[in-house]
Ligand binder design. Structure first.
Ligand SMILES: Nc1ncnc2c1ncn2[C@@H]1O[C@H](COP(=O)(O)OP(=O)(O)O)[C@@H](O)[C@H]1O
Ligand SMILES: [Mg+2]
Length: 319
């Protein structure tokens, strides 16, 4: 079973910072492979994870739609712009797998910018299926969202086990966190648990007035993270936050969050290793750049595409 952890909160409260620390924690605890999803176009989660990013899902989606459009404008069929023999779904599956940014302990995909004008329902439906199928290969999926969660259900159909709502230590921040928690009932995905995290507390202690505001919203407080100079120094130099020392107060605080609710540890009997997670698309990725240009020029090898089928390959994974 995959445990999905999503980060939410208004802009600038520390979602991406906390996401990086959660991923560092999960990686160090060695409890299975991690798939990070950057669902905030302005977030640059790749930078805090120290990964290069070549393509975003948004770019792939626009690329495919413009191929289809060009083909129709030229009097051809809608599928005429895609490499021969490939359905739209197969094409997206192939391109998305090629766009995964691979780390030693975690992989990343970035959603990129949102949709432009036009109807994206069908392509978004395919994308959701492809990304969900990739996520199923991992023990943990960590989604760094943009402010609010309005796009979360457009990106995934998977259940979210833990929604971590991050707030700054202000009355306004806590009220906004309460409002965000309320949205969860309006989404068409199931969120099992929602918790509040108060980040950037100057001395790590919650003042009584702030505690009152926290008590007034219906979101259990998971923990607090102090304001720390370590984070600022990493930001100055652009070093990936996952390289932060284990004794950094911010990492220690996130580490302590995992110790509190039993469920946050993830209930995985046989965690998938990073190697297991990758096995299903290894053939496709053997030479990703060549494969991608082959796909673009229509020279794609059918056997390669067949090998990327997420369902059949997943069935072959040792469980
Ligand atoms: N605990 C912290 N101590 C010091 N600076 C922090 C802390 N958490 C976040 N920051 C800083 O706050 C800014 C916004 O954080 P970020 O994680 O990008 O927020 P969000 O993803 O919610 O927009 C960044 O410059 C980050 O370095
Ligand atoms: Mg962010």
């Amino acid at each position: 079973m995959t445990t999905t952890i999503a980060l939410a909160g208004k802009g600038g409260v520390g979602k991406t910072t906390v996401a990086a620390m959660v991923i560092k924690y999960l990686a160090q605890s060695g409890r299975g492979a991690i798939f990070a999803i950057d669902a905030d176009p302005s977030s640059n989660l790749n930078m805090v994870l120290g990964l290069d990013l070549e393509w975003t899902v948004g770019e792939i989606r626009e690329g495919m739609l413009s191929k289809v459009k060009e083909s129709i404008t030229a009097g051809g069929a809608a599928m005429g712009g895609l490499p021969s023999g490939m359905s739209k779904r197969e094409h997206l599956d192939y391109e998305i797998r090629c766009s995964l940014s691979e780390g030693i302990e975690f992989d990343l995909i970035a959603m990129g910018r949102g949709e432009g004008r036009g109807c994206y329902c069908a392509v978004n439906h395919n994308l959701r299926e492809v990304i969900d199928a990739i996520g199923d290969q991992y023990s943990f999926v960590v989604v760094d969202n943009e402010a609010g969660m309005e796009h979360l259900s457009r990106r995934t159909t998977r259940d979210v086990q833990h929604l971590l709502i991050v707030s700054d230590p202000s009355q306004r921040g806590i009220v906004a966190a309460g409002r965000i928690a309320g949205f969860r009932n309006e989404l068409d995905i199931n969120i099992e648990n929602a918790y509040l995290i108060v980040n950037r507390l100057p001395d790590g202690e919650i003042p009584p007035a702030l505690q009152e505001a926290i008590d007034a919203i219906d979101v259990p407080l998971l923990g607090v993270i102090p304001e720390t100079r370590d984070v600022t120094e990493f930001e100055f130099s652009g070093r990936p936050l996952v390289e932060m020392k284990d004794d950094s107060p911010v990492y220690q605080a996130v580490n302590a969050l995992h110790a509190s609710p039993q469920e946050l540890r993830g209930c995985i009997e046989e965690p998938l290793t990073h190697a297991d997670s990758r096995r299903h698309y290894r053939r496709v990725r053997r030479t990703p750049h060549l494969q991608r240009s082959a796909a673009r020029s229509g020279r794609v090898d059918d056997r390669t595409v067949a090998g990327s089928d997420p369902v059949s390959d997943r069935d072959r994974l040792p469980r």
